[in-house]
Design a protein around this ligand. Structure first.
Ligand SMILES: [Fe+2]
Length: 394
């Protein structure tokens, strides 16, 4: 994140002696991006963050993704997934390419400690609640929250409450940030941005946990764009940071704090952008007043973004443009490059005169084609591709 925060105890001057009550030195760690040339934080550990006592291969069983071939728009019903695992190792992979992987989880138990050494993660909470424990401290998440977890942060997710934790996860091959056009040259949110610093939450105090011989699952870089896993055993619990400061840390933004940009005629998706990543963007469509030109058609026109595969996750309200298509709460549609998509038959006429759309959806547009993972194919509604080819009255 672009702005500076300081939590817990830190010395007055960086890289100087900072001693524990017993007189020994705290272990200082710089966690930073782009080789000392971008955002970073300094963390002060009670124990050496380098001390591991074992390293073993962890090999999750996953089928290889397959191309979207023959090319078709797709509809996946995430609520039909089995789920009931933990929120990290239990992720059901749905769609992936070399830039990002999109997963869904239905989780009812705590995850183990985990580090994603490939890139940042964006975790959107559809339903349920959880306590997220990290080296930087804890954050609570609930429905509508986006959690942005920086690459290589050690963390775990502890669901709580009656309902299972339902999350849409975007694992990036790089860093996920607010769109650059929302920020000043020095990283402050600008006035035209639909959200700003006051809308963000992050750990407020250190989290200290005692423990020895603690396992941490690490997802890291393999050959080419492959991801592989290792399980480390740390000599001491990695949640031993008494203080940290800097501009790199986990943070949360609620979709309900996104201030929609509206207009007299239909606003294109870039007006709804919330984050950017390498070769993909994340947008959200929130409940909002809609187009007020007297002849406006509030639902989208047919469109073909020739460079993008478009993923929509329908997570609240009624998505008017898809009425009658089988899309339901928790559905994901994939509208790939090479296929023109648009509103379902009858939706443009029905939308005329509406002044408010009660819809909530998260969109991921990728600039390289997405492949289909086995769990997605298991919950596919194979009739979706033909739903534009029918009577508008149905
Ligand atoms: Fe679209």
């Amino acid at each position: 994140m672009p702005f500076y925060r300081s939590v817990g105890q830190i010395p007055d001057k960086r890289h100087t002696q900072f001693r524990q009550p017993d007189g020994s030195l705290y272990s200082e760690e710089l966690m930073g991006q782009e080789g000392f040339s971008s955002d970073s934080s300094l963390l002060y550990h009670r124990f050496r963050p380098t001390a591991i006592s074992s390293s073993v291969i962890h090999q999750p069983e996953r089928a290889e993704p397959v191309p979207n071939h023959p090319l078709a728009p797709r509809h996946f019903r995430t609520h039909k997934l089995d789920g009931a695992g933990d929120p990290i190792l239990g992720r059901d992979h749905l769609l992936s390419n070399a830039d990002c992987r999109i997963s869904y989880t239905i989780a009812d138990r705590p995850s183990p400690l985990y580090r994603n050494a490939i890139g940042d993660e964006c975790i959107y909470v559809e339903d349920g609640a959880a306590h997220v424990e990290t080296s930087f401290g804890s954050i609570d998440i609930g429905p509508g929250d986006y959690l942005i977890m920086p690459m290589s942060t050690i963390y775990r997710i502890v669901p709580h409450g009656e309902a299972p934790l339902r999350t849409l996860v975007v694992e990036s091959s790089g860093h996920i940030t607010p769109p650059k056009r929302y920020l000043s040259a020095r990283g402050q949110f600008l006035e035209h941005s639909p959200y700003c610093e006051r809308d963000l939450r992050s750990p407020a105090e250190p989290l200290l946990v005692d423990g020895e011989n603690v396992e941490v699952y690490v997802q890291h870089r393999g050959r080419g764009s492959a991801t592989i896993w290792t399980k480390f055993t740390y000599a001491h619990h990695p949640f031993d940071v008494v203080g940290w400061d800097g501009c790199l840390y986990p943070w949360v933004f609620s979709v309900h704090d996104f201030e929609p940009i509206t207009g007299r005629i239909h606003q294109p998706p870039p007006a709804h952008q919330v984050f950017q990543g390498p070769n993909f963007v994340i947008c959200n469509f929130v409940p909002r007043k809609v187009d007020y030109h007297p002849d406006a058609i509030p639902v989208p026109y047919n469109h073909h973004n020739v460079d993008s595969d478009e993923v929509m996750f329908y997570c609240g309200g009624n998505y008017e443009a898809r009425r009658g298509s089988g899309i339901e709460q928790g559905s994901i549609s994939l509208h790939p490059s090479g296929f023109t998509h648009g509103p379902q038959p009858g939706a443009p006429e029905r939308s005329i005169g509406a002044d408010y759309l009660d819809e909530l959806a998260v969109m991921v547009d990728t600039f390289r084609p997405l492949e289909l993972c086995e769990p997605a194919l298991n919950v596919e509604d194979t009739n979706y591709a033909w739903t534009w080819n029918r009577d508008p009255g149905l």
